[in-house]
Write a protein that binds this ligand. Structure first.
Ligand code: GLN
Length: 308
C-alpha cells in the first residue's frame, strides 16, 4: 500500500517535466490555469485515499466525463441500443477529428471517447430538456465519485460554448447524416459543454476510477451499475481513453487510462478495486497530461499494477 510521502516523492520527481508541455489554449478558460500544478490521488484496495501535491485544486473534468456519461447512457438505454449509435474501436485520429465520421460508410463515431462519440452518447441521456439531462449527469457523477460538492464552472462552460465550433461541426455532420436522431444539436452540445465543465479534484477522479475498477460498486457496497457496464466502460478506456496514445500508454503503464484536456487522467485498476488519478494541466501534443503520464508509469511500477 502506498503512503502520501511516497506519492509526494513521485510527484516531485516529475515536476520538471511539466515545463515540456502546454496548457490547452483552444478553450480560453483553460489557458488561464497554472501549468505547473501537479497532483495525484490513489484509492487503495481497502478504500483508503492517499493524496499528494496539488490535490485540493479544482479543475475541469473535460473528457473524463465521457466514461461517466457512457455508464449513464448504458443505464438509460441498454448495451444494444447504445452501440447501435457508435462503434467500439480506436479512431487512429485526433480526439476532435471529423475524418472517420465522413469516411466510414455508416457515419457513426468510432467510439464513445472521441468527441463525436461523446456528443452522441450525451444525446442518448434521458431527460425532458437540457437542464434535466445535465442534472441527471452531475447527480450520477456525484454519486459514483462519492463527492457531493462537484459543481459546474460557468466560466469554463461559456468558454467552451463560445469556442466549440469544431464540436458543432461534428454534431451537425452527424445530424445531417441522420445518425443523431431527433436530437436538437444545440441542446445536445449545451449539455456536452456543461458536462466537460464540471470541476473535480484528483481525489474525486481517483474515486471514479475505483468505482469502475470495482465493477460498479460504491465503497459502502451499493451496486450502482451492472458489472457488465463497468467492464464496457473500462475496456474502452483501455483501448480508446488516451486517443492516439492509447496503445503506448497501455504498454508503458499497463492500465486503462482516460485523459481530459483539463489535465486529469484516471486509471481504474481492474481486479484490484483500486483507482489512480493525476492532475497536471501541461499537455503533450495528443492533449494528455505530460507529467501525469510519467507519474502513472512510476506508480504502476512501484505498486506492481501492470495488468500484463
Ligand atoms: N471539452 C473538450 C472538447 O470538447 C474535451 C476534449 C478533451 O478533454 N480531450 O474539445
Amino acid at each position: 500500500m502506498l503512503n502520501s510521502k511516497q506519492l509526494s516523492d513521485i510527484i516531485d520527481k516529475f515536476k520538471c517535466i511539466a515545463a515540456q508541455g502546454k496548457v490547452a489554449d483552444y478553450i480560453p478558460e483553460l489557458s488561464a490555469v497554472n501549468p505547473s500544478y501537479l497532483g495525484a490521488a490513489v484509492v487503495n484496495s481497502d478504500g483508503s485515499l492517499v493524496t499528494a501535491g496539488d490535490s485540493t485544486v479544482y479543475f475541469a473534468i473535460e473528457s473524463i466525463s465521457k466514461p461517466v456519461v457512457l455508464a449513464l447512457a448504458l443505464m438509460d438505454n441498454g448495451e444494444q441500443e447504445v452501440f447501435r449509435h457508435m462503434h467500439k474501436e480506436p479512431s487512429g485520429e485526433a480526439f476532435n477529428s471529423i475524418k472517420k465520421l465522413e469516411t466510414q460508410a455508416d457515419h457513426l463515431p468510432c467510439n464513445p471517447y472521441i468527441n463525436a462519440g461523446a456528443i452522441m452518447t450525451t444525446s442518448l441521456i434521458k431527460g425532458n430538456n437540457p437542464d434535466e439531462v445535465f442534472q441527471r449527469i452531475i447527480d450520477f457523477m456525484k454519486k459514483i465519485s462519492e463527492d457531493n460538492i462537484l459543481t459546474l464552472d460557468t466560466h469554463t462552460y461559456l468558454s467552451e460554448k463560445s469556442t466549440g465550433d469544431t464540436n458543432r461541426g461534428l454534431a451537425y455532420y452527424m445530424k445531417g447524416q441522420g445518425v443523431l436522431g431527433h436530437s436538437v444539436v444545440e441542446d445536445v452540445l449545451d449539455v456536452y459543454f456543461r458536462q466537460c465543465s464540471i470541476m473535480v479534484t484528483v481525489a474525486s477522479l481517483a474515486k471514479i476510477a475505483r468505482f469502475f475498477a470495482s465493477g460498479g460498486i460504491l465503497t459502502n457496497g451499493e451496486r450502482v451499475i451492472p458489472e457488465r457496464y463497468a467492464k464496457i466502460v473500462t475496456g474502452l478506456i483501455a483501448t480508446c481513453g488516451m486517443y492516439n496514445q492509447s496503445g503506448e500508454f497501455l504498454d508503458d503503464v499497463g492500465l486503462p487510462g482516460k485523459s481530459g484536456v483539463g489535465g486529469g487522467i484516471i486509471c481504474p485498476v481492474p481486479g484490484k478495486n483500486m483507482g489512480l488519478a493525476v492532475f497536471g494541466p501541461a499537455l503533450d501534443s495528443e492533449g494528455n497530461s505530460i507529467a501525469g503520464i510519467e507519474i502513472l508509469k512510476e506508480l504502476s511500477k512501484t505498486l506492481k499494477l501492470n495488468m500484463f
